[in-house]
Design a protein around this ligand. Sequence first.
Ligand SMILES: [Zn+2]
Length: 612
Amino acid sequence: MAEPSKIMSMNYDNSSSLVFINTLEAQEGLQKEFKISKLDNPNRIYFDIENSVLIGEKQQLVFDKSNIKEIRLSQFTTNPDVVRCVITFEEGFDTNKVKILYLNGNIIVRCAVPQITNDYFNIMYDDNPQNLAYSSIAVNSQAIKKIPIDINTGEKSSANVIADIEKAFENSTLNNSDGKSYESTISIDLSSALKLRTKYYINGIHIKNNGFLVNGLGQISTTKMFKLEDPKRAVIDLPNTFVDKNLRNKEIKLCSDGSCKDTVKIGQFEYNKARVVVTSDNAEKYIPVFAADAQSLFFINSDKLKHTDLVSNVANINKAFVRKIDSKTNELILSFTGPVVHSILRQDENLAIYLFNVRSYNEQDLIKTFNNTYYKPFTLSLLPQIGVRGTLKLNKTDIVKIEQSIDGKAIKITIQQGIPDRQEEKVITKKSATKGKVVIDPGHGGSDYGAIREGINEKDITLDVSQRVASILKSKGYKVAMTRDNDTFVSLEDRVNFSENETPEIFVSIHVNSAVATDPRGIETHYYHDYSNDLAKTVHSHLIKEIDTKDRGLFKSKFYVINHTTVPAILVEMGFISNDEERAELISDKRKQKTAKAIAEGIIDYCKSQSK
Ligand SMILES: [Zn+2]
C-alpha cells in the first residue's frame, strides 16, 4: 500500500461556495474520487479520504453567513488510516448540489456553483497594497468562530509549523527593517491559522534553471516589483506572507555552477509581509512567474526563459469578456482551456502579462471583443519558445489589479484610471493664508496613544510640547490654533479640515518617533510638498542647534496631515521614545522646553523670511 497522504488544513474561498482541503504536497497516491454520504437532522454530508492522515489537530470551522454551517475534519480511523470530513448545511439546502474534486493537491468541495464574481478570484497582484491587507482578504464576510479543539496526540509535525507561524506574528522575533513597531501580540486561531489568517506561508526555496522557486502553503499575492542600486537588486514584496524562520535572510546562490554571481534572499520585512531580494547585475531581467494553483512563485532571468522549463500542460485562450465597472474602472477576463501559468510585469507606463502555456488564440474574436472598449489597445503576441505576451500602455497613476480564478483557468485584469501626475499637482494649490497664524497639531490623543514605552505615551509628550510652542508663539504676537488642546481623539481628516478652515500661514505637526530596536535616537523633520521644504529646513536647523541628539535629517514623506494640507506643512519627530536615554530626556521639563523653543523660533524665523 502507498504511503498515506498527509492532509494539512482546511480553507474556504470568499464566496463560501468552495472548501479546500489541502495536502502537504501533491501525492500520487491520493484518492481522486470521493463518495458522498448524506444524513438528516441536521442536514449534513460526509466523505472519507482513504489512506490518509490528518497532520496536527482536528479542525472545525463554523460559518455565520453561508449555506455551510459547520465543517469538521478529523482522523476517523488509524487502522486503516481514514480522514473524515463532515459538512453541516442549513436546513433545506440541497446537498445533491455538492461536488468533490481533486485539483493540484487540493480536495475541493463545491457546495454551490461559484459565480464569476470577485469572490471567485484571488488577487495575484495589486498596485494598491492596501487592497491586500489581510483583514480584507483572509477573513472576509464570514464570521469564523473559534472552537476549542483537543490536540491530536498522534502526529506532531504540524505543531512545529503552527509554532513557527505564531513566532512570525510576534514582533520580538522579527527584524522590522522599516524601523517601525507593531502590535506586540496578534492572536491566532490555531484551528484555522494556516489558511484563514495566514495568507501565504513560505516553507521552501528551490534553485532551478538559474532561477528559484518559492514554495509554500496558501495563496500568493504580490505588489509592484522595484529596483535598487549599489548593488543592483530586484525587490518584490509579498503581503500577507510569513517566511519560515529557517529560510529568513539567507543569501542563496542562484548559479550552483558558478556561471553567475546572482543571489536571492527572503526576509520577514514586516509582521505580515515578506520581501524577496534578488541581487544581480541583471536584476532588471528577473520576473515573477505564478504557478497555476497560485501556491508557488518562480523567479527567473527572462533571458533564460523557455516555456518548456515551466509548464507541460497547454492552456489556450478560450474567451475574453470586457466589462465597464464605472467611469474610471474597467475589467477584462480572459478564460483559458486549462490552468494558466502567467507572469505580471507592471512598469510605470506599461503592463505586460506573459501567458506561458498558451499556444493559440482566435485573434479575430479578441479584436471583436476589445473593440470600442478600454482594452482596445491591449495587444497579444505569440513569442516563440515563451508563449503569449499581452501588453497595454498605461499611466503611472493607473491602479492595476490582477486576479486568478481558483481553478487557475481565468485571469481578471482590472484597471482603475488614475489622475495624471500633472493634474494632481494642480488640485493642490496654496490657499490665501492668514499672516502670523500657525496651526499646531499635537500628534495622536484620546484612544490613540501613539507609541508607548514603559508606560510613557507619545500623545502626552506631543500635547505638552505643543502647548509650550503655542504659548511661546502667542507671547510673540502670533495667532495659534491647535487641532487638539486636551487628551481627545482627532482623526487625521479632521486635523486637515480644521487647518484648512483656519487658513493659517503654516501647519506644524508634533510627534515622537519609535522603532523596534532600542538604539535609534535623534530628530527627524518631515515635509511632503516642495512648498514646505523651506519651513522644514528652518525648523529642523533650530532643533538640531538647540538639542544635543542625533540629526537624522529631513524626509520627504507622504504623511496624511502634511500631504493634504495646502499651506506649508511639516511633521517633527522630536526624538525616540524607544531609546531608553532619549525617552528619559523627552519627558523632562528641560528637553520639552528646549524642543518647544526651537520649534517656535524656527517658525518665527520662517514667517519673518516670508514677510520680507
Ligand atoms: Zn506619532
